[in-house]
Ligand binder design. Structure first.
Ligand SMILES: [Co+2]
Length: 466
C-alpha cells in the first residue's frame, strides 16, 4: 500500500508537495517529459471504451510479470512444477494452513542482501535509547519467524493469483480469492472479535487498473469490473501477524506492449532495495530510484512515452499495526536528509506511469483507517458512531480496512455509513480514496517489505516471481 504524500498544494507543477521534495530543483523536468505531455490527449483507449473482443485473444495469453524473461517464465508456469520441497503440498486455490506445511515452525527466509558500503557513517539521527527500543524486536525470534511466515503466505497466495487472474475475471473474485487464501493459510477466519488483530489482511486488497495508480478495491454493491486483455493491473495486498505487515505488490498485464513499463518499475523498486540500508539518506535512495525508472521508454499505439516516476505517493516505513510509520521514500529527487535506521521495517515500492506522474483523488472509497493516536473510547451522540468505533477497535485497530471486510462481519453499509461519516468528521477515522493519473495513461507498481538488520537487510517478501 502506497503512502500518499500529504498535500496542501495546488496542482501547479513544481510546487513541493511535502516541503521536502524538489522534483524540479535541478535539471529541469524529468527526461522525456515532453513526450508524455504530447500524448496526453491522444491515448483514449485506456479505460473503458474497449468491448469484449479482446477476450478470446487473451484467454490463452500468458501473464506478463517478468518482462525481461518472458519466454522462460512462460514455460515454467505451464509445467506446474514443484521445485521447492519446502513449499509443496499447498492446494490450488491455496487453503492448507501454513503451519501444516512447515510443521517444524521454521519458515523460509527472504533474500538476504549485504549492505552496500555506506559513504558516510556519521552522527546517529536518533537518541541511543530510542534506537534500542526500535531495534529490540529484531532480536526477537518470534518476530522474525512470524514475519517470514506472513511473507511465505504472501508468496503462496500471489502465486495462485498469477496463475488464475485473467481477462474475464471480476475484480471481486480476484480480491476475495486473495483474502480467502490469506485467511486460510493463517488458519484464522478473523470473524470473532479480536481475532483479526492476531493475524489477517494488512489492508484492503488493491486491484488498480491502468490510470488508477493505487488504492482501488471492489466494494460490495458496486458495478462489477471485469478484467480486459488490455488492462494493466496492480495487485497490492498485505498479510499481518501480530500487527507486523508484509506489504508487497506486483503488476500483471496480458499484452507485451506494457513489458517495458513493468520492467522500468521492477528495476526502480529493486534499485531502491539495493540502495536501502542503515544510515542511508532517503534523498539518496529516491535519486537512485528516479534514475532507474526514467531510463525506460514504452511504446503504446505507435507513440513513445518516457516512463515517469509518480511524484506524490511514496514508499514508507512500517510499524506494528501501522502501515505508514511516518517516514516516506519518494521516487523523485528530494532533499530529505532523514536516515534509515537499524531495526526499521520498510515497504520499498515504486510506481511508474505514462501519464503526468501526479495523482489526484478518484471517485469512491478504498478504505478507512483509525487514527492510532485517537482515544479508544469516544464521545458521540450518534449511537451508530459509538457502535462502529467498537467494531473497528475489536477487528481492525489502526489497520486500514474496507467495506468488504465489514460486509463479511455481517455489517451492511446502511448500518455504519452515518457513523463512519461522523468518525471521519471528528478525525478519528481517515478515509482513503482511489488515486488516479490522467485518463488514458498506464501505470505499474512493484513493492517489497525489507527488514534492516545490523549487518544485512532481509527482503522478506522476495520470491522467484519478483
Ligand atoms: Co506499501
Amino acid at each position: 500500500m502506497g503512502s500518499k504524500t500529504p498535500e496542501h498544494e495546488s496542482h501547479t507543477n513544481g510546487n513541493d508537495p511535502s516541503g521536502s521534495i524538489n522534483a524540479h530543483g535541478t535539471g529541469g523536468e524529468p527526461r522525456g517529459a515532453h513526450l508524455s505531455r504530447d500524448g496526453d490527449g491522444s491515448l483514449g483507449d485506456g479505460d473503458g471504451g474497449e468491448d469484449a473482443d479482446g477476450d478470446d485473444k487473451a484467454r490463452g495469453a500468458e501473464v506478463s510479470l517478468n518482462p525481461q524473461s518472458t519466454s522462460a517464465s512462460t514455460k515454467k508456469k505451464r509445467k506446474k512444477s514443484k521445485k521447492k520441497a519446502s513449499s509443496g503440498k499447498q492446494s490450488s486455490p491455496p487453503r492448507v494452513p501454513l503451519d501444516q506445511i512447515f510443521s517444524t515452525g521454521q519458515f523460509p527466509s527472504g533474500e538476504i542482501q549485504e549492505y552496500e558500503s555506506v559513504v558516510e557513517n556519521t552522527a546517529r539521527t536518533t537518541a541511543e535509547e530510542d534506537r534500542y527500543q526500535s531495534r529490540r524486536h529484531i532480536h526477537d525470534d518470534k518476530f522474525l519467524s512470524d514475519y517470514r511466515k506472513a511473507a511465505e503466505i504472501h508468496r503462496q497466495v500471489r502465486k495462485f493469483t498469477q496463475e488464475s487472474a485473467r481477462p474475464g475475471s471480476t475484480l471481486t473474485d480476484i480480491a476475495v480469492n486473495i483474502e480467502d487464501g490469506v485467511r486460510a493459510l493463517l488458519d484464522n477466519e478473523g470473524l470473532e472479535p479480536g481475532s483479526a488483530l492476531v493475524s489477517g489482511m494488512g489492508f484492503p486488497t488493491g486491484l488498480s487498473l491502468n490510470n488508477c495508480v493505487a488504492h482501488y478495491t471492489p466494494n460490495p454493491g458496486q458495478k462489477e469490473i471485469v478484467l480486459k486483455s488490455t488492462d494493466v493491473m496492480k495487485v497490492d495486498f498485505g498479510v499481518h501477524i501480530n500487527g507486523w505487515i508484509v506489504d508487497s505488490a506486483f503488476t500483471m498485464s496480458w499484452d507485451p506492449t506494457y513489458d517495458n513499463l513493468l520492467a522500468a518499475v521492477k528495476d526502480a523498486t529493486n534499485t531502491g532495495i539495493k540502495n536501502a540500508g542503515v544510515d542511508v539518506r532517503i534523498s539518496d535512495i529516491s535519486a537512485a530510484i528516479q534514475e532507474a525508472m526514467e531510463s525506460y521508454e514504452v511504446e503504446i499505439g505507435g507513440k513513445t512515452f518516457a516512463v515517469k516516476a509518480v511524484r506524490n505517493i511514496s514508499g514508507h516505513n512500517i510499524k506494528q499495526y501501522r502501515i505508514h510509520g511516518g517516514k516516506s521514500i519518494p521516487f523523485v529527487k528530494n532533499k530529505d536528509q532523514t536516515k534509515m535506521e537499524e531495526g526499521e521495517v520498510f515497504a520499498i515500492e515504486t510506481f511508474g506511469t505514462t501519464g503526468n506522474g501526479y495523482l489526484v483523488d478518484g471517485p469512491g472509497v478504498y478504505g478507512y483507517g483509525r487514527d492510532p493516536h485517537a482515544p479508544k473510547r469516544i464521545v458521540s451522540p450518534l449511537a451508530s458512531a459509538r457502535s462502529l468505533n467498537k467494531t473497528i477497535n475489536d477487528n481492525f485497530g489502526s489497520l486500514v480496512f474496507c467495506r468488504r471486510y465489514l460486509d463479511r462481519l455481517g455489517i451492511p453499509i446502511g448500518r455504519y455509513l452515518a457513523g463512519m461519516n461522523n468518525l471521519a468528521s471528528q478525525g478519528i477515522v481517515e478515509v482513503y480514496p482511489p488515486l488516479m493519473d490522467i485518463n488514458g495513461s498506464y501505470s505499474a507498481q512493484f513493492e517489497h517489505t525489507i527488514l534492516l538488520g545490523e549487518t544485512s537487510k532481509e527482503v522478506i517478501s522476495r520470491g522467484d516471481d519478483y
